[in-house]
Ligand binder design. Structure first.
Ligand SMILES: [Zn+2]
Length: 417
């Protein structure tokens, strides 16, 4: 029983793209929003718990739909996945979940994680054994032998525990999908091209054969599981769109034609601009190999232009950062919103993409905006986020983070009650 929460004062940025409301009031009763508007338009019920929002902005909990919760933002993925036991990784997951909510992120989709720890995290959070965001897990991503998700070198056995499952041929890929479904995955993740961490040229190649890809789509569709696909080059992106996959991840070559086709088919682009930015800004100092930095450098300006173009023509864009992957901390949803502004969106538009629109990708109609009837996933951020969007990058600015009206983090730290 949470009772009534009244968030008073501050400016409301509700996530719908509507103009902000100064001196606002948000009421959350038993986990759901019952009022969101001018403070003068409603009275605070007696016994309500007051949350002070003076001098702050009130916005929806943020989303990050491209997360590896079992990775902790290392400078070398290989080192991370080979140096830990599953037990150690599990403790890191708990820590990463805390960092996620501390950064104002209240909903995540995981897109390939070790030992189904993402699915276990979802279950533990739902049972209230641990605190964390709402989780939409993929379990293991599916990758071909030598594919982007096949991180282990040949001499190390798969049983050590990779974040992906290696499957070749239609039968194996179907079985891989059924294993994820059995474990409780809500989405299916496929790796269809190389990534920026792969040696030059791999970004331009495809990995699953057309018949393997189609087998994956058929198996997932029958199970009612949406598919997200790691895809950089244009043939792979077009394959995803035409096959009815729900989201394209990264998509550095998501050009005008891709955007047009995506709009027609209702496909989403999750550009993960944050991880690219982190590699560019911090890569050299962290010792990331030059070719990886060059892979990003070569494409990043175009990538930003493509994101803006896709947004302008009305194609669907969602907020995902690649948190957990190279140098990208958990709880970075706000960083991706800042990146959208760098692409040319206004702060209001970027916040709408990062909240209400991203909720639509997950078909999570109950979250994503601060409107009557929605769940009380609300963040109180210090200062005016519309004049200084970069406030969203700093966990310490998250004065209060609530999930279903319950406080889960404050001032950049998780709270337990
Ligand atoms: Zn990723």
């Amino acid at each position: 029983m949470i009772g009534t929460v009244a968030i008073g004062g501050g400016q409301l940025v509700d996530g719908t793209g509507a103009d902000p409301i100064a001196n606002a009031l948000v009421l959350i009763e038993n986990g759901r929003i019952t009022y969101a508007g001018k403070a003068s338009g409603a009275s605070i019920p007696t016994g309500a718990k007051l949350v002070e929002a003076d001098g702050a902005s009130v916005m929806p909990g943020m989303f990050d739909v491209h997360v590896h919760i079992s990775l902790s933002a290392p400078s070398s993925l290989l080192q991370e996945v080979t140096a830990r036991s599953v037990g150690e990784a599990a403790f890191e997951v708990a820590n990463n979940l805390a960092d996620t909510v501390s950064g104002g992120v209240t909903t995540i989709r995981t897109v390939s994680d070790l030992a189904h720890l993402d699915i276990d995290a979802m279950k533990s959070i739902e049972k209230r054994k641990i605190r964390g965001p709402r989780v939409y897990p993929c379990g293991h991503g599916l990758t071909t032998t030598g594919g982007h998700g096949d991180i282990m070198p040949c001499w190390l056995s798969q049983s050590h525990g990779d974040i992906s499952e290696v499957v070749d041929g239609p039968d194996e890929i179907r079985k891989g999908i059924r294993r994820q479904a059995k474990a409780g995955a809500k989405w299916i993740k496929l790796f269809q091209t190389g990534g920026v961490v792969d040696p030059h040229g791999r970004l331009d190649a495809e990995e699953f054969l057309p018949e393997e890809f189609q087998a994956a789509v058929d198996a997932a569709t029958l199970l009612g599981l949406p598919i997200c696909v790691h895809a950089h080059n244009k043939p792979a992106i077009m394959r995803c769109i035409k096959a009815g996959c729900r989201s394209v991840e990264h998509g550095m070559h998501f050009d005008e034609e891709c955007a047009e086709a995506a709009k027609e088919h209702g496909t989403w682009l999750v550009p993960t601009l944050t991880v690219m930015d982190r590699i560019l800004v911090h890569g050299a100092q962290a010792g990331i190999p030059d070719f990886m930095i060059e892979n990003v450098q070569e494409r990043t300006n175009k990538h930003h232009e493509y994101v803006k173009h896709a947004y302008d023509i009305g194609a669907n864009i969602a907020c995902g950062t690649d948190a957990g992957s190279l140098l990208t901390p958990h709880g970075s949803g706000g960083r991706e919103i800042v990146q959208f502004v760098k692409c040319g969106l206004t702060p209001l538009q970027a916040i709408e993409v990062g909240t209400r629109n991203t909720a639509k990708l997950l078909k999570s109609e109950d979250t994503g905006s601060v409107e009557v009837g929605k769940l009380g996933d609300v963040v109180v951020v210090e200062g005016d986020i519309l004049t200084d969007i970069r406030r969203l990058e700093v966990p310490g600015n998250m004065r209060n983070v609530m999930i279903g009206g319950q406080r889960v983090a404050a001032g950049g730290n998780p709270v337990l009650n």
